[in-house]
Design a protein around this ligand. Structure first.
Ligand SMILES: Nc1ncnc2c1ncn2[C@@H]1O[C@H](COP(=O)(O)OP(=O)(O)OP(=O)(O)O)[C@@H](O)[C@H]1O
Length: 267
């Protein structure tokens, strides 16, 4: 997989990030970058600190009482300690959360297109522009205009996840924070969503921080993978290298738990 990094600095740069609750530091990341046009995986078992990291990039972990120090820059703009108004602008613009359960992003009594168009109008689009950009965005995620006229329950989980991604793209997201975006989906649909993320990277230059406990999913989707345990990054390397020649015993254990990366052999 070929990333398409810009010659300038990374789109997302995390430095000496500490996330804690009370006196306890749950996450300490020395350095983690996501370049433009790059998908970076965050792997690790439950409790490793993956979601807290993603939520802190979005400026959302503080809402659950976390203390965040260090530096997270998005396109050179500091997010740690940034005023809520700036974070809100960036969350609805440069970066977007792709949640595990896409139905949480949609009002069940509204057609999904209404949600997408309303979000665009809130960001200043005229009615006509919002309509056009909503259609453009669903086309990018390989859905049709008619899908916008459906209610959330009339779409499959995979289709709804595509609309959630389309919503982020329509708002101009260049960085997707995807937190277990495929774990509620069956394997075939998982593969489709991962394929979509790769094509958005290749065709649109979109970047992603892809949180998952599943190294098979990350290995087939990401350019780089950072393996986390107990809030620390153990290794951060090109995905192909990491899954074929892990440096760390813990990564080997994670890989051993994934049948699809053992050449399909479960024996
Ligand atoms: N609001 C909170 N208050 C106190 N501790 C928290 C809070 N949120 C998370 N933690 C703790 O921080 C650690 C990291 O949690 P996090 O949700 O980031 O893990 P994760 O790697 O995403 O795991 P999972 O895959 O289960 O979501 C865990 O020990 C968790 O219990």
């Amino acid at each position: 997989m070929t990333a398409n990094p810009t010659t300038s600095g990374p789109l997302l740069a995390i430095r000496d990030l500490r996330i804690g609750f009370g006196a306890r530091t749950q996450v300490h990341i020395g350095e983690l970058d996501v370049r433009a046009g790059e998908i970076v995986g965050l792997a690790g078992e439950s409790g490793a600190g993956k979601s807290l990291t993603g939520l802190s990039v979005l400026g959302l972990s503080q809402r659950s009482g976390a203390t965040v120090t260090g530096s997270i820059t998005l396109d050179g703009v500091e997010l740690v300690g940034a005023p809520e108004a700036r974070l809100r602008r960036l969350r609805g613009g440069t970066m977007a959360l792709i949640p595990q359960n896409p139905s949480s992003a949609f009002n069940p009594v509204l057609r999904v297109g209404t949600t997408v168009r309303r979000a665009l109008r809130l960001h200043g689009d005229s009615r006509a522009t919002a309509r056009r950009r909503a259609v453009e965005a669903v086309t990018k995620v390989r859905l049709e205009e008619q899908h916008l006229e459906r209610y959330p329950h009339q779409l499959s989980g995979g289709q709804l996840q595509r609309v959630a991604i389309a919503l982020g793209l329509a708002l101009g997201a260049r960085l997707l924070i995807a937190d277990e975006p495929t774990s509620a989906l069956d394997v075939t649909v998982q593969d489709e969503i991962c394929g979509l993320l790769r094509s958005l990277r290749d065709d649109e230059g979109v970047s992603a921080l892809f949180v998952s406990h599943d190294l098979a999913v990350l290995g087939s989707t990401c350019d780089r993978i950072a393996v986390m345990r107990d809030g620390r990054i153990l290794e951060d390397r090109p995905a192909v290298d990491l899954v074929t020649a892990p440096h760390h015993d813990y990564t080997r254990e994670l890989l051993a738990a994934v049948p699809r990366l053992r050449g399909g052999s479960d024996a």
